[in-house]
Design a protein around this ligand. Structure first.
Ligand SMILES: [Zn+2]
Length: 591
């Protein structure tokens, strides 16, 4: 098994795999990008084709091509390996991976359950009532029903369970783990019995769970209208965007996505011709959803139930989405209950509204102001209480200032009053703790460490002829750099240079440190402009200056001592040394 992992990894290029998900830009021998794991505007994320690793110097995420897929795509180890193996035509021996393919089994199980539900809805008499509800009451066509894989679970306790256990030979345990049955008082029962079932896909196209809607007339006081698969190893509600599997191409093409709340809002809109659309399965964005959506489009138009403006969770979600770089606007469905309603009754009006959305903060401010009395002090206080946290959370300062002015005008109060309130609640000021530069000795040690690291990193981006030149490096002080230099000297004596082989030759405890050092310099140096050599010379110069300063400060204390002890011969000698160093220093500082 270990052999196969190595075989797959040797045929894969980490740069092309990561590059298929995010934009990578060449930086010397490495590649850089804005980190996909944390929000940032300037790149801290580096990928090395030679070492076949990535590392973010902002958030610390690092690893190889498999761990990238695990983290970015949410694959488990075996899935990631299989994904890569498939792409280079290697067939994995499944036996060795048996235990790791657990999720695979759950996906497969869900796939069978989906087929079963579909079959019941479209071909079985137990699904007749449900089918006529979808066609006549919901206005769905067979084509749309098939496109979204909608099904029906018979109103019997064990229908799907019998199919999966007796016919497909899955264990009851696995079916429960997939969330298809649950343990009731009298044993296992089909979770979605008597419900129209919507399969839920993860963004890679696996059926990871289901949503079930009870048929009208069957609602009892103790039964929820909608239920979902509970959290399972493969279903995570916060990661899911309903419909994405069907609509992602259209979303990417338009660079814009309409966001609705529920399955039927989405399907009706889709049927009306709005195909760049997803459903949140709720009204609030999670970070995961915002990140996922950001892969396909940056412009988001919210088409939610009108009361979302008063919903604190939904507003937090918008702040999250904006924090992930999404540009959020809103349409108001005046006179209609929800997107499903307008899509079925007046699709043309719906499309017009979507073509002219309002900025999300304008919308929230306007609707909040409408709910209270802007003339009275109490009304102003209430409006302020609702809007100030929202203003405080806007990440762009220019946008923030714009809306502070707007709120001040609406309330007829001075802007400064609003600014003061916003500053009080601003969470930003807590995060932005400034790092004070250390003074004196400490600062010199730190500066030296930085210079030594940068020097080595930059050196390794080019030819390595200087590595064995110990004139400069003999006074290096960073323990890790010194160890690496020793190893380098040994390595270059016996073997021809290769970063990859060198990294491999290092003892485990040094390798990670070395890899980091090797990657970190692509961030600041513009290699295209030939800045590497210039930067190297500058660093070497500064190191020499540091060294002289260190010598001079030692001499100063020695001279003081010699004076006190009246050892004049030696004193004169040391004073001469000092003067020489001082001259060299001023020469160096001129360059
Ligand atoms: Zn990061």
């Amino acid at each position: 098994m270990a052999d196969q992992i190595e075989e797959v990894k040797s045929k894969i290029d980490i740069v092309s795999v990561i590059g298929s998900f995010i934009d990578l830009k060449k930086a010397g021998r490495n590649f850089k990008a804005n980190c996909p794991f944390h929000g940032e505007k300037t790149p801290s994320f580096m990928v090395s084709p030679e070492l076949q690793i990535y590392k973010c110097f902002g958030c610390g995420e690092s690893g190889d091509v498999i761990s990238f897929l695990e983290k970015y795509e949410g694959m488990e180890f075996y899935e990631a390996l299989k994904y890569l193996a498939d792409s280079v035509g290697i067939k994995l021996e499944t036996s060795g991976f048996h235990r790791r393919s657990d999720n695979d089994k759950l996906y497969q199980l869900n796939q069978y359950a989906k087929k079963f539900y579909e079959y019941i809805l479209l071909n079985h008499k137990a699904g007749k009532l449900a089918l006529s509800y979808l066609e006549t009451k919901r206005g769905l066509t067979i084509e749309i029903i098939k496109q979204f894989g909608i099904g029906f679970c018979p109103d019997l306790p064990f229908a799907v369970k019998s199919y999966l256990v007796d016919k497909k030979k899955f264990s009851l345990d696995d079916i429960e783990r997939a969330g298809i049955v649950f343990k009731g008082q009298r044993g296992y029962v089909d979770r979605f019995r008597g419900r129209v079932v919507f399969p839920l896909y993860d963004h890679r196209g696996n059926v990871c769970g289901f949503a079930g809607r009870i048929l009208p007339g069957k609602e009892k006081y103790d039964v929820a209208k909608y239920i979902n698969t509970p959290e399972t190893p493969i279903y995570h509600k916060s990661n899911l965007l309903y419909g994405l599997e069907t609509t992602k191409q259209e979303i990417k093409k338009k660079g814009e996505v309409v966001v609705v709340e529920g399955e039927l809002d989405l399907i009706s809109s889709y049927k009306a011709g709005i195909k760049n659309i997803v459903a949140l399965k709720g009204s609030a964005f999670t970070t995961e959803q915002a990140k996922l959506l950001g892969r396909y489009a940056k412009k988001v138009i919210l088409s939610l139930d009108a009361d979302f403006a008063g919903d604190a969770a939904a507003r937090r979600g918008i702040t999250i989405a904006e924090g992930e770089g999404l540009e959020v606007s809103v349409v108001e469905l005046e006179g209609f209950k929800d997107p499903d309603d307008i899509a079925r009754k007046d699709p043309e009006k719906y499309k017009n509204l979507l073509a002219n959305p309002v900025g999300v903060w304008d919308f929230i401010i306007d609707t909040t102001v409408l709910r209270y009395d802007t003339k009275s002090g109490a009304g102003k206080l209430k409006i302020g209480k609702e809007l100030v946290p929202i203003l405080a959370a806007i990440s762009n300062d220019i946008v923030k200032a714009h809306y502070i002015a707007k709120v001040a005008a609406k309330l007829n109060v001075p802007e400064e009053a609003v600014i003061k309130e916003v500053e009080k609640t601003s969470t930003d000021s807590i995060k932005r703790t400034t790092i004070l530069p250390n003074e004196g000795q400490n600062a010199q040690v730190e500066r030296r460490e930085i210079l030594e690291r940068s020097w080595l990193s930059l050196l390794l981006q080019g030819k390595t002829d200087k590595i064995v030149d110990r004139k400069l490096t003999k006074n290096f002080q960073s323990p890790i750099i010194k160890k690496i230099l020793d190893e380098l000297q040994k390595f270059t004596k016996s073997r021809s240079w290769s970063v990859k082989n060198f990294s491999k030759s290092l003892p485990q405890e040094l390798r990670k440190g070395f890899n980091d050092i090797y990657l970190e310099n692509g961030l600041t140096v513009d290699y295209d402009k030939g800045e590497r050599k210039k930067e190297l010379t500058l660093i070497e110069n500064e190191l020499k200056i540091l060294e002289i300063r260190e010598k001079m400060s030692k001499l100063t204390s020695e001279i003081g001592k010699l004076e006190a002890e009246k050892k004049f011969t030696l004193l004169t000698k040391r004073q001469k040394d000092f003067a020489e160093l001082s001259n060299t220093l001023s020469d160096l500082e001129k360059t």
